[in-house]
Design a protein around this ligand. Structure first.
Ligand SMILES: Nc1ncnc2c1ncn2[C@@H]1O[C@H](COP(=O)(O)OP(=O)(O)O)[C@@H](O)[C@H]1O
Ligand SMILES: [Mg+2]
Length: 231
């Protein structure tokens, strides 16, 4: 069974093009992008700044509607769904991690990891149990009640990983999540995420400038001027 699942495409982006309107001028940022990500696969998305990495992740994450093309996630064709359906699929299927941790400053680490679960309708007891479990796996058992201001950059980013995993997503979209960290913390955060992707058998697209990290992933997608150079 797991072998069958392992061969499955979790995410299929087909013929994605995207055009932004910039001061009444049309600007084509993505040009006919085709990407398949298998279950259990961690791929890097690499390319210079301004090349469309965040736009592509936002499209894959159903946050931005592409001008052309289709998105299939976990077998659902997400291209023409209503905003409500997209919000539901996003909550159930996708975890996001950004360059800055984007944790709520007024909440503790554990509350930050419980919040998305409560929004998805889990009970407080269930959400707390899952948050504790994830934060322990991420080495933050002694930081449960800490607010983000009291955490190091690497610790805060690990809380953000726990939050991204809290609703048991199939896909993690990470937009330069180690961009604000020093080399050692960056490597540490990457390795933790890589191990989790493998042990949970989920998928991850990890946008980064860091070629050393990209080399450690299963595959590299290089974006240049809105097109894929190789895959
Ligand atoms: N909402 C927007 N409206 C207009 N142009 C945008 C918008 N978002 C991004 N862009 C432009 O699209 C290009 C790609 O941006 P982005 O996807 O953020 O690239 P990257 O993440 O690779 O740095 C940039 O030139 C940026 O200025
Ligand atoms: Mg970006």
């Amino acid at each position: 069974m797991s072998r069958i699942l392992n061969n499955k495409n979790l995410l299929i982006l087909s013929n994605i093009s995207h055009i932004y309107n910039q001061e009444s001028q049309k600007f084509r940022v993505l040009n006919n992008i085709n990407i398949r990500v298998l279950r259990g696969e961690m791929v890097s998305l690499i390319g210079p700044s301004g090349t469309g990495k965040s736009t592509l992740l936002n499209i894959a994450g159903l946050l931005e509607k592409p001008t052309f093309g289709s998105i299939n996630l976990s077998g659902h064709n997400c291209t023409k769904l209503s905003e409500d359906s997209k919000t539901f699929i996003r909550g159930a299927e996708i975890g996001f991690i950004f360059q800055s941790h984007r944790l709520f400053q007024e909440f503790s680490a554990i509350e930050n990891v419980m919040l998305p679960q409560l929004i998805m309708g889990k009970s407080k007891i269930e959400a707390e149990k899952k948050a504790k479990e994830l934060l322990s796996i991420l080495g933050l058992k002694n930081r449960l009640e800490f607010r983000p201001a009291k955490l190091s950059g690497g610790e805060a980013q690990r809380v953000a990983i726990a939050r991204a995993l809290s609703n048991s997503p199939n896909l993690i979209l990470a937009d330069e999540p180690t961009g604000n960290l020093d080399a050692i913390s960056a490597r540490n955060v990457f390795e933790i995420l890589y191990k989790l992707v493998k042990s949970l058998d989920i998928s991850c697209i990890f946008a980064t400038h860091n070629n050393d990290l990209a080399k450690l992933m299963d595959r590299k997608i290089v974006l240049k001027n809105g097109s894929i150079c190789n895959e």
